[in-house]
Design a protein around this ligand. Structure first.
Ligand code: GMT
Length: 376
């Protein structure tokens, strides 16, 4: 099968999942064509079954807002015809689902049938997509998709609640590649950060408001008062300055490391004792799953799809959004005792295995076959 994949190529869970899915499909013999404005950042080596088509356009001074969606639709038309695509899979509804719909209509005029699947990832539904500016187009383009998948059951329910969706949404959870995400031996690195055997707490995100990174700092302050610890903050984004300011005010600056964007997150997770994800909303929480795959327990909020991966009292704990005292109390419980920590670590990896690539990839493959067959 020849599959086109449209995604955001920059840092972000939807782009990661789209790219890892494409790579896994290529390994199984599918031909995969990525169509996006930049090479996806995890698409870093040559593969005989993977092709990348860059969506580029020259901007015209008249355009205050470059018409990316039109350029993307045109590129999809071009790739579909020239590469004889059987299926298009777009990740993140805005604007990929409407671009796919437009391409499909253009192709129809040329007697070329291209079914498309839209995978909903989170803020395309819960935050951005819900904005009145987008609702009619998002609703229409989701309904026009030949197949719709959602990364969690919670996101599926949110989609039905927020939009007038007439079709079935299949839940295919995100997955983890254990050949990459596993506990590596980086003890030398641990010794550099935690010279006196302190615990290491990690948070990774794109530092947007929805991630509530300031809560990570607040929780960490309480942890540190009870258990000697260091905090690694990985990633970058609009809230970073505020978080830095807060950390300077309330923490000793030697205890908090701002590491910025990092490619090899697994190397940092290798030395982590605890992961904190205090998000306002989180359709899935891929970052938490990556931590669990590296045997790191998770302190999170109980929002969105997080309860579908983090098991309260088993792989970590969940608290209400903003309840930093409860998060700190639970974190201290895990970190105060080696045996408790070891048990949570073991439980975390056991649960992460439910979401292994081997378990999830076949779900995408059979969904692809179903959609191609039923849309003939
Ligand atoms: O967070 C976003 O706005 C974008 C999106 C992304 O591209 O990373 O994140 C969402 O998709 C991820 C992959 O499916 C999920 O793991 C994240 O939970 C989800 N983010 C939110 O729901 C806030």
């Amino acid at each position: 099968m020849k599959i086109g994949i449209v995604c955001y190529p920059t840092y972000g869970g939807s782009g990661v999942i789209a790219t890892e899915l494409g790579k896994a499909l290529a390994d199984k013999g599918y031909t995969v064509h990525f169509i996006t404005y930049k090479q996806p950042f995890r698409l870093d080596s040559f593969h005989e079954n993977i092709f990348f088509h860059e969506v580029n356009f020259t901007n015209y001074p008249l355009f205050e807002y470059p018409p990316y969606e039109i350029a993307l639709s045109s590129k999809i038309v071009d790739v579909a015809i020239n590469e004889k695509l059987d299926l298009l899979h777009v990740h993140y509804a805005i604007p990929h689902a409407s671009a796919a719909y437009l391409a499909k209509q253009i192709l129809k005029e040329r007697n070329y049938h291209l079914p498309f699947i839209t995978t909903l990832h989170g803020t395309d539904i819960t935050l951005v997509g819900k904005d009145e500016t987008f609702v009619p187009v998002v609703t229409f383009s989701i309904n026009q998709s030949d197949g719709i998948t959602s990364v969690s059951d919670s996101l599926k329910q949110d989609t039905y609640a927020n939009f007038d969706i007439k079709k079935d949404i299949a839940v295919i959870p995100n997955f983890i590649d254990f050949t990459r995400f596993k506990k590596l031996n980086k003890e030398h690195f641990r010794k550099v950060i935690a010279k006196n055997g302190e615990r290491i707490v990690v948070h990774t995100s794109n530092f947007r408001k929805v991630k509530r990174v300031e809560d990570v700092v607040k929780v960490f302050c309480q942890i540190k008062a009870a258990v000697p610890s260091k905090l690694l903050l990985v990633g970058d984004g609009p809230e970073r300055q505020n978080v830095e300011k807060l950390a300077r005010q309330v923490c000793n600056e030697d205890d908090v490391y701002f590491l910025g964007k990092q490619e090899a997150v697994e190397e940092l997770l290798a030395i982590a004792d605890l992961f904190i994800l205090p998000s306002e909303t989180e359709s899935f929480g891929l970052a938490a799953l990556e931590a669990m795959a590296c045997e790191v327990p998770v302190i999170s909020t109980n929002t969105g799809g997080i309860p579908e991966i983090n098991i309260h009292g088993v792989t970590g704990f969940m608290s209400a959004v903003g309840d930093v005292d409860d998060m700190a109390k639970n974190a201290i419980h895990i970190l105060s005792d080696d045996q408790t920590l070891a048990q949570f670590r073991a439980n975390a990896i056991t649960q992460a295995k439910v979401f292994s690539l081997e378990n999830i990839l076949p779900q995408y493959e059979s969904y692809y076959r179903k959609i191609v067959e039923s849309s003939k």
